[in-house]
Design a protein around this ligand. Structure first.
Ligand SMILES: N[C@@H](CCC(=O)N[C@@H](CS)C(=O)NCC(=O)O)C(=O)O
Length: 234
């Protein structure tokens, strides 16, 4: 089996395992445990980025040589193009959903994830600083945008069907909140909460989360998020 997907526990590499499960492609799975909260040496040995996800394809059908990739977006694009026959990525042929797909796909790692990361960092240094207030406003604005879009489609971000835009964004709305426990509001974020439930019921998502975090792990699909134990122990 040429495709190897490396997952770091409780991390955004869950996206890649979920993608592979939605596509129904074969892959070898390798789990890496956080040490104690950052990436262990085994991840650093794979790629100079030293972060998860990491993908190895040996030999790659695209290059006939070994390909090692970091960066979620690059890995998702590669897997869809090389192993997924283009499924779950929209093109101009998909008409009106296409620009939405592009925007939300890039919003995930270009805006939403950096904003939550900034909230996490700012709160840690001084929970009362004006920077925290500003970044929280940004986070709330992003959530309002998401909720409005999901009210429009009543389903997924690009339209009626799941795409890679949902796969790349979902970690930030769920597992990442275990590192920065922000709540969603049952009224203001009604469509977003319905979306978390909808995606959470997908068999491929459930299977991927079990593979990544074990049978006992409960994905953070509700309005509240508890801080993960690995942070409490620090
Ligand atoms: N932009 C990168 C970010 C990767 C990243 O920061 N991954 C985190 C896991 S959520 C990580 O490996 N953290 C461990 C560390 O930095 O030591 C991507 O999208 O893949």
């Amino acid at each position: 089996m040429p495709l190897t997907l490396h997952h770091l526990g409780l991390s955004q590499s869950e996206r890649v395992i979920w993608l592979a499960e939605e596509l129904g492609i074969d892959y070898k799975y390798v789990f890496h445990k956080r040490d104690p909260i950052f990436a262990p040496q085994s991840i650093k040995d794979l790629h100079p980025a030293g972060t998860a996800p990491v993908m190895e394809d040996d030999p790659s059908p695209a290059t006939n040589s070994k390909v090692v990739l970091a960066e979620s977006g690059a890995i998702i694009d590669y897997i869809i193009a090389v192993h997924g026959n283009g499924r779950l990525a929209l093109t101009p042929k998909d008409g009106a959903d296409y620009p939405h797909f592009l925007e939300w796909y890039h919003f995930a790692n270009g805006s939403l994830q950096p904003t939550l990361f900034r909230v996490m960092m700012a709160r840690g240094s001084d929970p009362n600083s004006p920077i925290v207030a500003r970044t929280m406003d940004k986070w709330q604005q992003h959530l309002a945008m998401l909720d409005a879009r999901l009210a429009e489609t009543g389903a997924y971000l690009a339209g009626k069907n799941l795409t890679a835009a949902d796969i790349i964004i979902f970690f930030t709305l769920t597992t990442m909140r275990g590192f920065c426990p922000l709540e969603f509001d049952a009224g203001e974020h009604k469509h977003l909460l319905a979306y978390l439930k909808r995606v959470g019921e997908r068999p491929a998502y459930q299977k991927a989360m079990k593979i990544c975090e074990g049978d006992d792990f409960k994905p953070l699909l509700g309005p509240k998020a508890e801080t993960f134990d690995i942070l409490k122990k620090l």
